[in-house]
Design a protein around this ligand. Structure first.
Ligand SMILES: [Zn+2]
Length: 401
């Protein structure tokens, strides 16, 4: 199974971890495997579980059942080789999306292999439905090509009938790629078929958000059907493992479908909302001539902020944090002024009230400061923290706008 994400992987992981609301502040974890065509291929920790499951089921189940009376070494070798080509097929599918994405001017950050397949993480959402359609369909076209190739090899080998081991290995790959193709074409987000559906509705209606809504609802409906089928497998057919596996995938798809829609609305909110809509006004500032003793007793102990902008004659000149004061010997606090320990403000930590929230988030996410000062005509008018942004976005979501 393969999932494509186009930037919503953060949203998916977010809903799994129920962590940060702001996608841009999230980072993936895993082991870098290699780079291909400038794209990093990362193995999420969960991927090793599926590798073990597939190698195990091939070596201990599939090959011993179709090719009896071989040695264990032969079964394990066949299992490893076949699994290698299976994962190469998954990677080829993702690379296919990636190449088309890059050709359409949308860079690809990385491809992550994980428990349920692979995800090509592209840097931004396609700006028009035609691009969306081309990127979405590229993966299934690759899987169709691979399936057709493997089926042809199976047919050729069965006519010559000299190499049963190779024949069964190719049969497995042909079936697996056919499955990848058909499964990915199911018309619901986050699957490729869902992307295709979204592109079609987007083109017909001209409304991307509406199209995302339709495709994610279709994804949730599909997931619900899969859960029902999984339950049937367990209760009626006693296929407990297959049933549970199907239910797990369906639950993942459901959350991902949800996340796709939330991601779309969050993106919109991040473009629409301005810094002035979420910033905290009435910032507590400290002047350069305050002593460190006063700074500690009248600011840190009373307001409980760990950071204060520093002003001189009403103008913003720097910043002081609990770390700066901690570096000064306590005996010297009486005779040291804030101006002496204040640090410079980086240009990246300054915003204008009319900047978008997306802009503020991108400043924070690139290892930038966790709080940004809002300046208008040289005057400090507010401060924005990650918490302010999340509150703003959550309030927007709660109002359903
Ligand atoms: Zn795909």
């Amino acid at each position: 199974m393969t999932l494509d994400d186009y930037g919503t992987i953060m949203g998916i992981m977010r809903s799994l971890n129920s962590g940060s609301v702001v996608a841009g502040l999230w980072r993936t974890r895993g082991i870098p495997l290699f780079s291909v065509m400038g794209i990093r291929v990362i193995a999420d920790y969960s991927w090793f579980l599926i590798v073990a499951l597939i190698v195990g089921s091939l070596s201990l189940g599939w090959f011993p059942s179709v090719l009896p009376n071989r040695t264990m070494i032969q079964y394990v070798s066949l299992g490893l080789i076949t699994a290698f080509f299976f994962f190469a097929s998954v990677l080829a599918h993702e690379l296919s999306h990636s190449v088309v994405s890059i050709r359409n001017g949308i860079p690809v950050r990385k491809i992550t292999l994980f428990l349920f397949g692979g995800v090509a993480e592209i840097r931004s959402e396609p700006l028009e439905p035609g691009t969306e359609l081309r990127i979405a369909i590229a993966g299934p076209i690759m899987s169709a090509f691979l399936a057709a190739t493997f089926w042809s090899v199976v047919v050729i080998l069965s006519i010559r009938s000299g190499r049963p081991a190779a024949q069964f290995s190719f049969l497995y790959l042909a079936v697996a790629n056919t499955f990848l193709l058909l499964f990915n074409l199911l018309p619901g987000l986050p699957l490729d078929g869902g992307r295709i559906l979204r592109a079609i509705v987007w083109r017909a209606s001209g409304n991307k958000r509406r199209a995302t809504y339709v495709a994610s609802m279709a994804g949730k409906a599909l997931a619900t059907i899969m859960i029902a089928v999984g339950l049937l497998l367990i209760l009626a057919a006693r296929q407990i493992i297959s049933g549970l596996w199907l239910i797990m995938i369906a639950m993942f798809l459901r959350q991902a479908a949800d996340a796709s829609y939330r991601h779309a609305t969050t993106n919109r909110a991040m473009r629409d909302l301005r810094v002035r809509d979420v910033m905290t006004r009435d910032v507590v500032t400290v002047t350069v001539d305050v002593t460190l003793t006063d700074l500690f007793e009248r600011y840190f102990l009373i307001h409980h902020f760990i950071y204060y902008p520093v002003t001189s004659k009403g103008k913003l000149v720097g910043q002081v944090s609990i770390r700066n004061i901690a570096q000064v010997d306590r005996d010297a606090w009486m005779n040291t002024k804030v101006g002496a320990i204040a640090t410079q403000l980086a240009r990246e930590s300054l915003l204008s009230p009319s900047d978008t929230i997306a802009h503020a988030v991108s400043r924070m996410s690139r290892g930038g400061p966790g709080r940004l000062l809002v300046i208008q005509d040289g005057e400090l008018v507010g401060i924005v923290t990650r918490g302010d942004i999340m509150n703003g976005l959550q309030m927007r979501a709660a109002l359903g706008r």
